[in-house]
Design a protein around this ligand. Structure first.
Ligand SMILES: C[C@@]1(CC(=O)O)C2=NC(=C\c3[nH]c(c(CCC(=O)O)c3CC(=O)O)Cc3[nH]c(c(CC(=O)O)c3CCC(=O)O)/C=C3\N/C(=C\2)[C@@H](CCC(=O)O)[C@]3(C)CC(=O)O)/[C@H]1CCC(=O)O
Ligand SMILES: NC(=O)c1ccc[n+]([C@@H]2O[C@H](COP(=O)([O-])OP(=O)(O)OC[C@H]3O[C@@H](n4cnc5c(N)ncnc54)[C@H](O)[C@@H]3O)[C@@H](O)[C@H]2O)c1
Length: 220
């Protein structure tokens, strides 16, 4: 395996984006969706980014980049249209031991970005290890048709059930078959169909009397 897949927790973390063009704007959007505090250093910004900055924790700094911009940053994304400059920034990042992605330049990256399908808390990340971004995009579109919004709903319910069970007792071995029974028993299909009665029946059959969507805090 060429790349090590991880899910980074960047909530509340300071991130640096160098380059505020079309690509930089897309990168900022994803960072903000994940709860990051973003500083963008660029000679110019897209209108979209300027608008986004009025409502989100984004600092736009219209000035030349300096290596000290890395200080206190958790990760760095470089997206200017000057490849030699991008490489210099990535070298600064390497020296400062930062996570660094240079858009479209894997040699200067210590992480690359996958194509993403997002359904609530379910994230499908597609990486071709850089072999074919076009195929990653094609695969994303295919998976988007296969995995609908019901997966997000279903995961909210599973999360609530799990929270309740864990609050009652820390017994992973006892909980495992319960989750498996809910999954193989068709809870997803019932959530997808909006079948509250069916979902409640399965919950009380597997988890015991008193377990319903309502009692775990899920509105179906
Ligand atoms: C997934 C996605 C995420 C994102 O960008 O956020 C992403 N590229 C996307 C789209 C896309 N990028 C390119 C095309 C044109 C078609 C094509 O070339 O295939 C298309 C498709 C399109 O635009 O239609 C051009 C391209 N990309 C790279 C190079 C340089 C090179 O390969 O050396 C070149 C220029 C090659 C040239 O000079 O021609 C490199 C990288 N692009 C990556 C990610 C990383 C590997 C991902 C993987 O493992 O597959 C990696 C290694 C580094 C990185 O950027 O992190 C996003 C999909 C968004 C979606 O789902 O819609
Ligand atoms: N991953 C992808 O899907 C994808 C798609 C297209 C392009 N790209 C790559 O991303 C790069 C950026 O593309 P774009 O369309 O956003 O370009 P762009 O020209 O719209 O934006 C580049 C931004 O960088 C700023 N900039 C340039 N030099 C700078 C410097 N020295 N210091 C600070 N800011 C500087 C510019 O002012 C501009 O705002 C391209 O080089 C291209 O290789 C990636």
């Amino acid at each position: 395996m060429r790349y090590y897949p991880v899910s980074l927790d960047i909530e509340g973390k300071s991130c640096l984006v160098v380059g505020g063009g079309a690509v930089g704007t897309r990168k900022v959007e994803t960072l903000v969706r994940c709860g990051a505090k973003v500083t963008v250093v660029s000679k110019a910004f897209t209108d979209e980014l300027t608008a986004m900055a009025t409502a989100s924790p984004i600092a736009l700094e219209k000035r030349a980049y300096t290596p000290t911009d890395m200080d206190g940053k958790f990760l760095v994304i470089v997206a200017t249209d000057d490849q030699a400059f991008n490489t210099r920034v990535s070298e600064d990042a390497e020296k400062a031991c930062k996570l660094c992605n240079v858009a479209d330049y894997p040699k200067a990256c210590n992480f690359i970005l996958p194509s993403i399908v997002q359904r609530g808390d379910m994230t499908l990340s597609i990486s071709t290890s850089g072999k074919s971004p076009a195929f990653a995009k094609w695969m994303r579109r295919k998976l988007e048709t296969e995995f609908g919004e019901e997966y997000g709903e279903f995961l909210s319910l599973m999360g609530l059930i799990r929270q309740k069970l864990l609050a009652e007792a820390h017994e992973p071995e006892a909980h495992k078959p319960l989750f498996e029974a809910l999954i193989s028993g068709g809870l997803l299909e019932r959530v997808k169909a909006g079948d509250k009665q069916g979902a409640d029946a399965l919950l009380s059959e597997v988890l015991g009397e008193g377990y319903t969507c309502e009692t775990v805090g899920f509105l179906l």
